[in-house]
Design a protein around this ligand. Structure first.
Ligand code: SF4
Length: 246
């Protein structure tokens, strides 16, 4: 991205942050959908936070795109939540899959568990199965909404409600739940009877691809079960380079 576009992005973010200062999560979602129209993307990985975002987006009554990535390695419980979300709100999820040729080449060359070998190989898998499909999902999109929160980990502590995301050609990234606590998330889920993964009841506190996620033990950081064999400071998969593991 050129410096001119980055400057333009930084200026746009400063204006948005000023405008949204003190706004509730619901107000941020409504502002995004009314400002950017149907091209804005609500990214849903079917975490509790992302289901809350979909819930808020639907409640605005405004048209929106809900985009989801099927990496080919998701838990069955995650796909169950996806089906519940689609059914509950009558949504047609905009699914994105990895390129079949890329996945075939990866698995033929490196095997089905190459991501355990090194950070480089793990990033290669995330690039093919997550980042590239998301790149297609966000093409020609002026803004996307994520369920990222500051409390989720050391790599997310500097998050803001609005950020410039230069990872996908340059677009606005909005994090309406950035200030939310674990308790607020739990209360919103319970109060609205939102569908959530059964894995949360089995000790999972952050859920990604099946082979790269484990339940956490009492006292562990909620995101310690993601790529647990790596140094926590490596915890990003290319979707949120400034924001941590997703
Ligand atoms: S989380 Fe694991 S299985 Fe999923 S894309 Fe990344 S490395 Fe591959």
């Amino acid at each position: 991205m050129g410096g001119k576009q980055m400057n333009h992005g930084a200026a746009a973010i400063a204006a948005i942050q000023e405008k949204l200062g003190g706004s509730s999560a619901e107000q941020v979602v409504e502002w995004a959908l009314s400002t950017y129209g149907r091209r804005v993307a609500v990214a849903c990985s079917f975490s509790m936070e992302d289901v809350i975002l979909v819930h808020m987006a639907v409640r605005t009554g405004l048209p929106c795109r809900v985009v989801a990535l099927d990496t080919g390695r998701l838990h069955e419980e995650t796909l169950w939540v996806a089906a519940q979300v689609e059914q509950r709100w009558g949504l047609q999820m905009e699914w994105y899959f990895p390129d079949a040729d890329d996945v075939e080449a990866l698995v033929r060359q490196a095997g089905p568990f190459s991501f355990r070998n090194s950070l480089e190989e793990r990033r290669r898998c995330c690039d093919i199965r997550k980042r590239r499909p998301l790149q297609r999902a966000l093409a020609d999109t002026p803004a996307w909404l994520t369920g990222l929160r500051r409390e989720q980990g050391q790599t997310r502590s500097s998050l803001h409600v609005a950020q410039w995301d230069d990872g996908f050609g340059g677009l606005v990234k909005l994090n309406p739940l950035v200030d939310w606590s674990d308790q607020q998330v739990a209360d919103c889920v319970a109060g609205n009877l939102l569908p959530t993964s059964l894995l949360y009841g089995e000790g999972f506190t952050s859920i990604g691809c099946a082979p790269c996620t484990r339940a956490t033990r009492p006292g562990e950081h909620p995101r310690a079960g993601r790529w647990w064999w790596e140094d926590p400071s490596h915890g990003e998969c290319g979707l949120h380079p400034l924001g941590g593991r997703k």
